[in-house]
Design a protein around this ligand. Sequence first.
Ligand code: BJ8
Length: 386
Amino acid sequence: MLQQKMHSFKTLENLKNSYSERIRQIADERKSGKKLVGTFCLFVPDEIIFAAGADRVILCGGKNDTVSIAEQYLPRNICPLIKSSFGSIINDGCSGIKSCSHFSMVDMIVAENTCDGKKKMYELLEDYVPTYVIDLPQRPDTSEALKYFISELEKFRDAMEQLTGYKITDEQLKEEIRFSNETRRLFHRLYELRKRDPSPISGTDVLKILQKQYFLSPDKLKEYLQMLINEVENIEPGQVHKPRIMISGCPMPGGNTKVTEIIESKGGVIVAEESCTGTRSFWDLVDESKEPMIALAERYIKIPCSCMSPNNRRIDNILELAREFRVDGVIYYTLQFCHGYNIEKQKVQKALKEAGIPMLSIETDYSDSDVEQIGLRADAFMEMIS
Ligand code: BJ8
């Protein structure tokens, strides 16, 4: 297969150095009394956190080195994302593993009732960091579910006011919604560019900013996104078609780029991700014309996570994305022991088969033990769809 070298983006080089700058910013904010909230999931509306005058970072772990710390407390047979996150938070630096400082800086964790493993992990986390849990109705298409979710978000709004001492006004909420929608629109622009054939940017590169969106401040994220879009827009159109791949499934938090790197080293290019480190994070905007709490509840309850049942919206999204991004194949990516996404694979596979789109299923963890084996399967898949 003809290979074409991907462009190297200055924005992404700069992004590499953003960690220490952000840590300094958080430390300064905390000195001046600003609260830092840690979250784990897209179902927690950032707009409410920011409207309360707090900052936030997402605490999902994507690194393998904190998994063993967690395994001293948690069963081995749960998903690596849960173990890595828990290990990062409780890591006191005595284990010989460099402590990730933002994990130890949060004033409150805002959790959500999604999968069983996370729910139970949050109960344990309470011993380390004050933890607030938003209950999430899991049959999202009923009017009762929406009503209940609105009431849960109202309670969360009160909890944030208590944490920061600021009253959240509707005006402030609307402002945050407007700001977040602008960022969502920028992501749409970036994804629009990926529709070109060949795509001017690799999926591994896009993943870098998708992962950092959960760590950077909202202002910085917007700045980086704008710079990246400018760079991508100015790339000379390439000539060599590469198999266009969509990733669908579990999130790939910071530190976890294993599968995208393997796929792209085998000649494919990832053009879309149906994932929480992908389209689920920005695809739908919040309706700015509505009463803000209702608009937030309506937007967030529709996130097609596999904890929802039924979750046909996800199947529809996958088919729509596959068409829009003209994908040649889908990599169905699940983390080990993630039952929701693992079981939902059956429905996705059936729908893709009916649509004539090939799918390769990869179930993995954060270790490198299966890199070779995934590589061989990816090779065969590329061969098939080329
Ligand atoms: S909205 S995908 S961020 S819950 S991989 S911990 S589901 S066992 S991360 Fe998620 Fe929110 Fe859903 Fe997105 Fe459980 Fe599965 Fe592990 Fe997961």
